[in-house]
Design a protein around this ligand. Structure first.
Ligand code: NAD
Ligand code: UD1
Length: 343
């Protein structure tokens, strides 16, 4: 019963559920909070199948102080990993107030309760979207933050600014590149709602016959094969980085502490390279067609991981083919009735 308790908001989501597994393996007890706005209770079974332990879970909202106070009073929480947010870029343009309320308002509420309860350690989910189209590639943490192109991106920038200003809160601010894949077991993964916007769920749904073909959004970019380049990172590597960030945070003795890390592999892959990696990993051919460029896409971005490799002593272990194989295993195990197909 001497486990170190960590509150994981958004703990049933894609990255939260995988991080819960890594926390368990590292000897922590994740206390999961989620309002199920973008996840399902069945995720708890998946986590239990992997860890052998039924996770502690609260259905509730980070905007609700009473739920948060209840958790902090019941458990000795050492730190909060704050995943809970809305994340669909396009939707954020349609519903900016909902995004600012949930992503920025939710974090402010959480911080107020943490202050009242004397909890001062936070790991925050940020995004490489804060860099926009970077001047220098690979992009370091010192790259200036660009004007956001969506309320989603702006909400992440605002949260970063707030966390910098809130000096009593010791923060690890993690900027994720493109998280993909699933736990190797196939018991947990990503549950995209409607027609996937993101590349890898679109590929796996095409392979499964749910989508007819993949439309490549433009092949006339100034890259080797004309398609955009991203830094895809396996979600379990990302999850392990949270454990590394947490131990540094818990060891920190400084009064005021805010640190930013890029979480990527340090390698860029084009859209066509991702498709090829999927085909190699699974033996399944993906029908593709070339469409126009997608508004708002940056041409290329990948991480300089020097800082995170050195300071957190963490680096990625899984390659693009492993990401594809694991994403496919998850897709194969998905109960088709759970896939919300969209129109
Ligand atoms: P996700 O939608 O799968 O998980 C988020 C979880 O938070 C969901 O289970 C949802 O139900 C829950 N949630 C949302 N609002 C809540 C609230 N007010 N109270 C309680 N629970 C709430 O998303 P994810 O991919 O796991 O992303 C996790 C975090 O990482 C988010 O903050 C996201 O912005 C950030 N991020 C994600 C990516 C990505 O590509 N997945 C990239 C960069 C940053
Ligand atoms: C997008 C978001 C980013 C968010 C991330 C994870 C934008 C501009 N950026 O990143 O903020 O953190 O999702 O949720 O929306 N592609 C195709 N065909 C498809 C789907 C994608 O060619 O059907 C291409 C895209 O044009 C892009 C690449 O695949 O070049 C990766 O796209 P995606 O998976 O959506 O991620 P990002 O756009 O990098």
């Amino acid at each position: 019963m001497n486990k170190k308790d960590i509150l994981v908001t958004g703990g049933l989501g894609f990255i939260g559920s995988h991080t819960a597994v890594s926390l368990h393996e590292a000897g922590y007890r994740p206390i999961l909070l989620d309002n199920l706005s973008n996840s399902e209770l069945s995720v708890l079974e998946g986590i239990e199948k992997i860890t052998g332990v039924a996770p502690v879970f609260f259905k509730g909202d980070v905007n609700d102080p009473s739920v948060l106070n209840g958790i902090f009073e019941q458990f000795h929480i050492l730190a909060v990993i704050h995943f809970a947010a809305y994340k669909a870029v396009g939707e954020s343009v349609e519903k900016p107030l909902e995004y600012y309320h949930n992503n920025v308002g939710g974090m402010i509420n959480l911080l107020k309760v943490m202050k009242k309860q004397g909890v001062s350690n936070m790991v925050f989910s940020s995004s490489c979207t804060v860099y926009g189209e970077p001047e220098v590639i690979p992009v370091t943490e010192n790259e200036p933050v660009k004007d956001a192109t969506s309320p989603y991106g702006a909400s992440k920038q605002m949260c970063e600014t707030i966390l910098k200003d809130v000096h009593w809160c010791h923060t690890q601010c993690l900027r994720y590149f493109n998280p993909v894949g699933a736990h190797e077991s196939g018991f947990i993964g990503e549950l995209p709602i409607g027609i996937p916007n993101n590349l890898v769920p679109y590929i796996t749904q095409t392979a499964a016959g749910i989508r007819e073909k993949l439309t490549v959004h433009g092949n006339d970019y100034p890259t080797a094969d004309g398609t955009c380049i991203r830094d895809y990172i396996h979600v379990m590597d990302l999850a392990d980085a949270h454990v590394a960030a947490l131990s540094r945070l818990l060891e920190s003795k400084e009064e005021s502490y805010f640190e930013t890390f890029n979480l990527g592999t340090g390698n860029g892959s084009s859209v066509m390279e991702v498709v090829e990696a999927f085909e190699k990993a699974t033996g399944i051919k993906i029908p593709t067609t070339i469409g126009p460029r997608r508004a708002g896409d940056v041409v290329r971005v990948w991480a300089d991981t020097t800082k995170v490799n050195r300071i957190l002593q963490w680096k990625t272990k899984r390659n693009l083919q492993a990401m594809m194989a694991d994403a496919w295993r998850w897709q194969l195990g998905l109960d088709k009735s759970k896939i919300k197909l969209g129109s």
